[in-house]
Design a binder for this molecule. Structure first.
Ligand SMILES: C[S@@+](CC[C@H](N)C(=O)[O-])C[C@H]1O[C@@H](n2cnc3c(N)ncnc32)[C@H](O)[C@@H]1O
Length: 278
């Protein structure tokens, strides 16, 4: 499976924990209210309704859906040197630059700078195929949950921003989202996304649709979602952070939360090597 660009917080490497054919056996539509790079929907092979609050991501997906991928590929291919790369970063921050930065470099010049040149590989063909048969929206996740609440043949895959983060990474990338948070001369309010997790558990307790959520496993999250936790595992980020001059991988605990039966998941250490079920 190939994806259209490296996305911060992508769950691509975690899909191996999900027995996809079993999960979607009795499902007509897969729904991603926090879609990012849409890795779950794309891997499911089902009709999909994908949604993200990020206006640039929405613009990108809609453009691919309406016009295909040619202009993105052409732009990428015309900017392959380090100098051209710097030029795009310094120039107008339009849709092309947005896509290019992600395709070329999100982990290289964004959060984890290195002197390496941009990656010279780009493929959007799977994305074109996928977006052409998907519904794409740009609303708050809660509207999507409401819409599919009683649909027994819908599977909702939720991958919200981390509970203990302020979503700063997403908000920094998409400054537009921060405009609403400016409080006059006092400053910019760091968003509080904790209400989201209260609303999501209430949804889980009443919905008739199927759901899977992957999220970080701090003590509060383990408590709130205890009735729906399938298992927890350790996740190692692909990016490196430098501490005292030494590059290290960040580690965190993830929770796999669902109302699907356990045989929909690959939760045995034997099957996945490094992890143990809880
Ligand atoms: C962890 S990422 C999803 C990554 C995705 N599952 C993947 O594999 O690429 C969370 C996404 O939620 C979006 N988001 C944040 N707050 C949102 C909200 N209130 N409603 C909808 N989307 C939101 C962000 O723009 C971001 O793309």
């Amino acid at each position: 499976m190939s994806f259209f660009f490296p996305y911060p917080g992508s769950k691509r490497r975690e899909l191996k924990r999900i027995n996809m054919p079993k999960c979607v056996e009795a499902i007509d539509i897969v729904v991603e209210p926090f879609c990012g790079s849409c890795c779950f929907s794309m891997a499911s092979g089902k009709d999909a309704a994908v949604n993200d609050l990020d206006p640039m991501l929405f613009d990108f997906m809609s453009t691919i859906q309406a016009e295909g991928d040619q202009k993105f590929i052409d732009f990428y291919n015309a900017h392959k040197t380090r100098e051209q790369f710097e030029e795009v970063l310094a120039g107008e921050q339009n849709l092309m630059a947005w896509y290019y930065k992600r395709a070329a470099s999100v982990f290289r010049v964004g959060m984890y700078p290195t002197a390496r040149p941009p990656v010279r590989r780009v493929s959007l063909s799977k994305a074109v195929e996928f977006f052409q048969k998907s519904r794409i929206t740009n609303v708050n996740y809660a509207d999507i949950l409401t819409e599919f609440h009683d649909n027994e043949r819908a599977l909702i895959f939720l991958d919200p921003p981390y509970f203990n983060s302020s979503s700063v990474e997403y908000y920094q990338q998409h400054g537009a989202l921060l405009r609403d948070q400016i409080e006059g001369d006092r400053g910019v309010r760091v968003p509080d996304n904790t209400q989201m997790f209260v609303d999501i558990i209430k949804f889980f307790q009443t919905c008739r649709c199927k759901f899977i959520m992957i999220t970080n496993g701090n003590a509060i999250m383990k408590h709130i979602y205890r009735d729906f936790i399938i298992y927890e595992y350790q996740f190692k980020y692909s990016g490196t952070i430098i501490i005292n001059g030494i590059g290290r991988k960040k580690l965190t605990t993830h929770l796999l939360i669902s109302n699907l039966p356990p045989d929909c998941f690959n939760c045995h250490a034997d099957a996945l090597g490094e992890m143990a079920p809880t």
